[in-house]
Design a protein around this ligand. Structure first.
Ligand code: NCD
Length: 311
């Protein structure tokens, strides 16, 4: 298997096959005790991760750093471009060439869709897309799949409702494709102006999946096994007035959950703004904090495989 991962980039979820994603999840399962700090590891001792975040991040950046540190490796980079030569006008291509010469693998989050593909073109070292504008977020997708598989025991046949900003939400784009690949039943719940882009719908349908397009959570709730809630991506609206029209469209609270299946799980890539009421946190439906933790073992597996340290 190592030949299939070593030196590869992870830019879009389509870069990996179903078998490869399953392999990552199986390896991530073995990484859990290390991610929890119950076991120590030096698997990536001497390896350096270049971490370039042009957009805000808490979970993605810190879980990549935690994954690297817990495997004995080191991380360098920036969490805002203002402190780097980007501020002086350096191009992304030049920044990537520099960081490539200081590290073994590059993790990039950038506001421009397609930036990670561009970075991969300029770098001989593996590039991991940690979110490119409204494009994709493939490592989030693998940790989302891992979370669903752990909670439900399978992905095939699970009814998943993706809720919120499906137009600009990159997590929803890559997850929809992956869920189709794994045979989940998809519901896309969004205001008409924020529905899933045609390109993603086409990709999902090409795999043979037939998603239901809905505008209200009530229509999805009775069937849903997973409610995957997303934040309205305020920063990606060209016009703030358009944002204001859809802000607060959905709010998950205990009242709403009265109609849910008893074993409904609620996921959210986080951060939440007002989509999930804090009272839901203590309910058995809340899976989002566990989901966020799962970012560590999944990213450990991805780093170890792309660096070719493990098969
Ligand atoms: C998401 C992102 O950055 O795309 N967060 C994350 O990585 N967990 C979701 C968001 O910002 O709404």
């Amino acid at each position: 298997m190592s030949q299939q991962f070593k030196g590869c980039d992870l830019v879009a979820i389509r870069d990996f096959s179903k078998e490869q994603i399953e392999h990552i999840m199986n390896l991530a399962e073995k990484m859990v005790p290390i991610a929890l700090g119950q076991e120590r590891s030096n698997l990536l001792a001497g390896y350096v991760q270049g971490s370039l975040f042009f957009e805000p991040s808490t979970r993605t950046r810190l879980s990549f750093a935690s994954a690297m540190a817990r495997l004995g490796g080191t991380t360098l980079g920036f969490d805002q471009p203002g402190g780097s030569s980007v501020q002086k006008g350096e191009t992304l291509a030049d920044t990537i060439k520099m960081v490539e010469s200081y590290s073994d693998i590059i993790v990039l989050r950038h506001y421009a869709e397609g930036s990670a593909r561009l970075a991969a073109y300029f770098s001989d070292k593996p590039v991991i897309n940690a979110g490119d504008g409204a494009g994709q977020h493939p490592t989030q997708t693998i940790l989302d799949l891992f979370t669903i598989r752990k909670a439900k025991g399978r992905i095939e046949g699970v009814n998943v409702a993706l809720v919120g900003d499906l137009k600009y939400g990159r997590t929803a784009h890559s997850l929809a494709e992956a869920l189709a690949l794994f045979g989940a039943n998809l519901m896309f719940v969004a205001p008409a102006s924020l529905q899933m882009p045609k390109e993603t719908i086409r990709a999902v349908e090409k795999i043979g999946n037939k998603p239901r397009t809905l505008t209200s959570i009530d229509q999805a709730l009775p069937d849903a096994d997973i409610l995957y809630v997303t934040r309205i991506q305020k920063e990606r609206f060209p016009d703030l007035a358009e944002y204001q029209k859809v802000a607060g469209s959905y709010r998950i609270d205990s009242m709403l959950l009265k109609d849910a299946k008893p074993d409904l799980s609620i996921m959210h890539p986080l951060p939440r703004v007002d989509e999930i009421s804090p009272e839901v946190d203590s309910s058995p439906h809340a899976l989002y904090f566990q989901q966020a933790f799962n970012g560590v073992p999944v990213r450990m597996a991805i780093l170890a495989l792309l660096l070719g340290v493990i098969e």
